[in-house]
Design a protein around this ligand. Sequence first.
Ligand SMILES: C=C1C[C@]23C[C@@]1(O)CC[C@H]2[C@@]12CCC[C@@](C)(C(=O)O1)[C@H]2[C@@H]3C(=O)O
Ligand SMILES: O=C(O)CCC(=O)C(=O)O
Ligand SMILES: [Fe+2]
Length: 347
Amino acid sequence: MVVPSPTSIMIRTKKINAVRIPTIDLSMERSKLSEFIAKACEEYGFFKVVNHSVPKEVISKLEDEGTEFFSKTSLEKRQASTTTPFGYGCKNIGPNGDMGDLEYLLLHTNPLSISERSKTISKDPIKFSCAVNDYTEAVKEVACEILELAAEGLWVPDKSSLSKFIRDVHSDSLLRINHYPPVKKGNDNWDPCQLQNSNKNTIGFGEHSDPQILTILRSNNVGGLQISTHHGLWIPVPPEPNELYVMVGDALQVLTNGRFVSVRHRVLTNEMKPRMSMMYFAAPPLNWWITPLSKMVTAHNPCLYKSFTWAQYKQAAYSLRLGDSRLDLFKVQKQEDSHLVHASSSP
Ligand SMILES: C=C1C[C@]23C[C@@]1(O)CC[C@H]2[C@@]12CCC[C@@](C)(C(=O)O1)[C@H]2[C@@H]3C(=O)O
Ligand SMILES: O=C(O)CCC(=O)C(=O)O
Ligand SMILES: [Fe+2]
């Protein structure tokens, strides 16, 4: 076993401390704002948003509903797990054996589906569905505003060319409320190889990127989320209950022809306190085509991805494991690679 030396640990810690997660202040002047958003999406695929328009009461109403639901008995909670992948889930993430130390409620944001599902979730389904609808409507506005600013930052002539994907009434956007109960772990589990990893913590939600266009995250005051930089360093994200975090998803990476990068992230559990996060995954309608915006494809930046519908991408995501790089399936083969394939397959 290779044990990292104290010097290498110190260097890594210095590097981690040097990373500043970008903060976007939505009250800033528009041209600067669009430039900063585009830069953050390129460099990290992740940023914090302050001065957003989601009212505090809208956030706290949904948080209260989440707290009430997760405090039920497991028998009661399981009433809400009728159709996969939606409803209540515990430890199982997706259909391919991925596990995490969490429980969650996964909902489609279509109001009809929310109203049906609420009956299995809450004794006051109208109150529950109002809390969900109000929250998803408010964060959707923030997501659209960010995508419009991002399009401006990329100098794309039509500023709605990204936001239209998630504004459509048939959008396939989802909401997940994650609850990570505290997990006590003894020091005997300490693994020096995992110093960059969990130390004493367990994996609440394993490493992955989100397949959608944009994710808007809000958590309570308990940390655990980490993002990976382009250099593979894991950076802890401080919890900010009054702010939102934004993550670039795989579909936005494709729409921008690789200029924006989907962020890999994971959650480690806390030993003492429960973390609760509310994730809004903004996605297009199932039958919409995802293909790099024409402005993003030039002679210098040839098209990197094949076109696919959102339904095809989802199907690929659900056929793979959580941490798999599903975008690889949709990459255009580079000219040199295809020559190599031909050369090696000729007799
Ligand atoms: C293991 C999986 C869970 C997931 C579907 C997948 O097969 C791979 C992607 C996962 C993810 C990550 C972001 C949110 C989510 C709802 C999604 O669309 O893709 C989850 C899926 C899930 O939890 O069902
Ligand atoms: O709970 C969190 O903070 C992140 C969870 C996550 O990455 C997800 O639900 O896709
Ligand atoms: Fe995620």
